[in-house]
Write a protein of this length. Sequence first.
Length: 328
Amino acid sequence: MSVLDELEQAVREVAERVGPSVVGIGRGRGRGSGVVLADGLVATNAHNIRDEETTVVFGGDRSAVGRVAGVDVDADLAVIRVDTGGAPAIAWADDTEARVGTAVFALANPGGQLRVTFGLVSAVGRAFRGPRGRRIAGSIEHTAPLPRGASGGPVVDPAGRLLGIDTNRLGDGFYLALPADAELRQRLDALGRGETTARPRLGVGIAPARVARQLRRAVGLPERDGLLVRVVEDGGPADRAGLHTGDLLVRPAAARSPTPTSSTRSSTRSARTRPSPCAWSAAPTSSPSRCPSASPGPSASAAPDRPQPGAGWVLSGGGRDPPRRWPR
């Protein structure tokens, strides 16, 4: 038997063994894919969820409406409670670690059409930004090509055991998958029990210093280093502290700054706009995270890993950068 014959047989065997555990998420062509974890539970990516209820498409054109049991937006994970109709739960590769060169098979079910492709692990320990900009580390990069709607589907070894969950498509045709390690299993188990993860949020979206300098230069203002406030979440900590769209944060203060006056705020402010994809992922005294290339999440937020009570920012006056000039 030639190498190609062996590969064809391996693809068919994986499709037969794992295919019934792979589902589509959403109506029509679908928004994404998912995988059966246990009787009544399906895992997928959080960015595939639009509401508390969603349609889950199984093999044989069977579909059912499920409800979100738990979601962790920052980790891009969600578990749906749905009638799985006897679909088998996927097996975990507990004793296998994906390494560079490991042969993998990626499966997806966008709109109820099963896809199975072959590839190799091209890198491990990759990082990317989740829907709200939080850094997600430790992902597996692989070369198995996949169509749109494949996120949330499984990456398996030749025996059909789960190695990862596809999450982020790269522009050059590669995919990043969350590794199916003990930590992922614990997170999914907790979400299945309804333990939705909530993290601290500052409620502010910012443009990084280089963007702030460019925008000030474009409207004839002198260059000054700082973080430009792009959006403030109504009722959030930043809003209660007195931050407004258009403020320029120039340096951290040792103690809480007083509520900014009209002389320290931007002299021109528009109504608060739609959420920005740029958000803090560390404490205010740390450097801001880069603006992720992914679409903005459901709300703008800065989520400090270690909140520092009493820490504040000194504001600069004279900013006149209209929100409509900010890059999308």
